[in-house]
Ligand binder design. Structure first.
Ligand code: ADP
Ligand code: MG
Ligand code: ZN
Length: 546
């Protein structure tokens, strides 16, 4: 029975996807074009905007997957403007809602928002508008928490529905519904009631998170399985992708940053991402000491100070902003020429979004990741409690460890797309200068590491990655060294890369312990250790040993 249902849903979704949603002969096509120009002052629609709007205006449920900055908001804002009733927009972040509200007010589109901090008067006005046939309110932005908690609002929505004033729901960041996402929010669960509570009212889910598993989960949760799924390409042809080893020595690393900012990116505008607030502040001071004009931006700064940093950067007084990921939402600077990750991102989704802030104007721009294994362990202690935190982080590690593949193809695979490496035209480090990595078998090294770990267990000590590498090179505490394990004849960096490779492939695993002040990541044998202990087992790694 279940299978029959799934087949039917698949068929439905397939036939929906075959419809020509790009037509311009719908009842609303002329109105849509006119408002696009008159209200939004936009001449040309971008990829998938028209199909999405046509489908949602046809009362189909739609999930739109489009990279950040692609223009998802217009897909519900424009339909809202040309519809008589009200469009409800569910959005997780009040700051995002405020930005949009501000933008829409400038275009003279009647919009309000409901959230914990909305004032009484405006709440009353919104509630009345829902059931007032003469109101010209077009959009109501609401947080999922508010919906889940406010019976009054749900009651008014029901009345609006009965009066035929409820046009559609747009659910922004819809991946927050799924536990598999990098951003699960329990309050999104409540949205599961919408379909049965308001039959016939179309739902538009919007996200930049693409994996099929997440999309299927979201569809189930919203009770819109088999709906039309529109997927825009994630390829950013004008972005050049590069990964560099981050020097372990701080001064060397700073010299490298200085060189990048003064020479390669001299006179150009960019963003430098760090993981922690402390790192952002320190790096700002260090680069200023070297005469580089940079501003610092993170969540702990006063809003006033932050907006000052932002405008100095927008106007070119600062060459770069050094920021934690708090900096991003709502950035609208077209000529960002470089994004440097001073520390790896915690997921490919984050990386894609952060690096994607470069080159919005379509001109050539650069994404550089400075990678070091130690940074991965710093992050892992921050993310391991999320259900898929480590899994997400290891995907980034895999991206960084790769020495031969086209970076675009790696990103494409992650977003379940296929791009040909020939699409890259030397727009990544590996396509410009093909890697010389060879397939090597690292199983022997894995077994050597296990020997060191066994000894540590006997000594009732735990090994951080740093201590493990030390012991391998016969350095550090002598009690941790194992005499019959040979000292590697390759560089420490290579040793770290091998450890990274064993980690992402399950031959090693992290083991987290809490100390009084922090969480520490130790390494132990992974779930695949049984395999590795077999002398015939090969663990292949495409890497240039040096
Ligand atoms: P997303 O939600 O997909 O990240 P937004 O909806 O915030 O993206 O849009 C990003 C920017 O693109 C906004 O400044 C928006 O005004 C602009 N935009 C959207 N569609 C178009 C278009 N067809 N032409 C020009 N600019 C557009
Ligand atoms: Mg958006
Ligand atoms: Zn490439």
């Amino acid at each position: 029975k279940e299978k029959l249902r799934d087949d039917a849903l698949l068929k439905k979704s397939f036939s929906l996807s075959k419809k020509n949603w790009d037509n311009e002969d719908f009842d609303w096509s002329a109105r849509l074009r006119k408002s696009l120009k008159d209200v939004f002052k936009i001449e040309k629609l971008r990829e998938l905007q028209l199909p999405t709007m046509n489908a949602i205006m046809s009362k189909e449920d739609v999930i739109l997957i489009m990279p950040t900055g692609g223009g998802k908001s217009l897909c519900y804002q424009l339909p809202a403007v040309i519809s008589k009733g009200i469009t409800i927009v569910v959005s997780p972040l009040v700051s995002l809602m405020e930005d949009q509200l501000h933008g829409l007010h400038k275009l003279h589109v009647k919009t309000t928002m409901l959230c914990g901090k909305a004032d009484k008067e405006s709440v009353k006005m919104t509630m009345n508008a829902l059931v007032d046939k003469n109101s010209d309110l077009k959009l109501i932005y609401v947080t999922p928490e508010y919906m889940a908690k406010s019976n009054r609002f749900m009651n008014k929505l029901q009345k609006a529905y009965e009066l035929g004033r409820l046009e559609r729901f747009a659910i922004d960041e819809v991946h927050c519904c799924s536990q598999w996402g990098h951003d699960f929010r329990p309050d999104y669960k409540f949205l599961g009631v919408l379909k049965s509570m308001f039959p016939g009212i179309p739902i538009l889910g919007l996200t930049a998170t693409a994996p099929a598993k997440i999309i299927v989960d979201v569809q189930k949760m919203l009770d819109i399985s088999g709906c039309l799924v529109l997927r825009a390409s994630f390829n950013r042809p004008n972005l050049y992708y590069e990964v560099r080893r981050k020097p372990a020595d701080k001064e060397t690393c700073l010299a490298m940053m200085e060189n990048l900012l003064k020479n390669r990116f001299g006179g150009k505008s960019g963003i430098i991402y760090t993981t922690t607030i402390k790192d952002a502040e320190q790096l700002t001071t260090d680069l200023r000491d070297r005469g580089i004009k940079v501003g610092c931006y993170h969540a702990m700064l006063e809003a006033e100070y932050r907006s000052e940093v932002y405008s100095k950067w927008m106007s070119g007084k600062y060459q770069a902003v050094i920021a934690t990921i708090a900096f991003g939402l709502g950035i609208d600077k077209p000529d960002v020429r470089f994004v440097i990750h001073h520390c790896v991102s915690k997921s490919m989704e984050n990386f894609y979004q952060e690096s994607g802030r470069a080159g919005r104007d379509g001109k050539k721009s650069v994404s550089i990741v400075l990678y070091r294994l130690a940074d991965v362990f710093k992050l892992s202690t921050m993310v391991f409690q999320d259900k898929v935190g480590l899994q997400n982080l290891y995907k980034v590690l895999t991206y960084c460890l790769d020495q031969t593949s086209c970076r675009r193809s790696l990103i494409a695979t992650h977003f379940e797309e296929t791009w040909n490496a020939s699409d890259c035209v030397e727009m990544c480090d590996h396509c410009r200068k093909p890697g010389v990595g060879k397939e090597i078998d690292v199983a022997q090294y894995c077994r050597q590491l296990y020997q060191i770990m066994t000894k540590a267990v006997q000594n009732e000590t735990r090994l951080t990655a740093l201590k493990l590498v030390d012991a391998w090179y016969s350095k550090g505490a002598s009690s941790l060294r194992v005499s019959n394990v040979p000292v590697p004849r390759f560089a420490r960096e290579t040793a770290e890369a091998i450890i990274g490779h064993l980690l992402v492939n399950g031959y090693l695993q992290e083991d987290f312990h809490f100390s009084a002040y922090s969480t520490i990541s130790y390494l132990k044998r992974g779930p695949k250790s049984g395999l590795a202990l077999n002398n015939d087992h090969k663990i292949l790694f495409n890497y240039e040993l040096h």
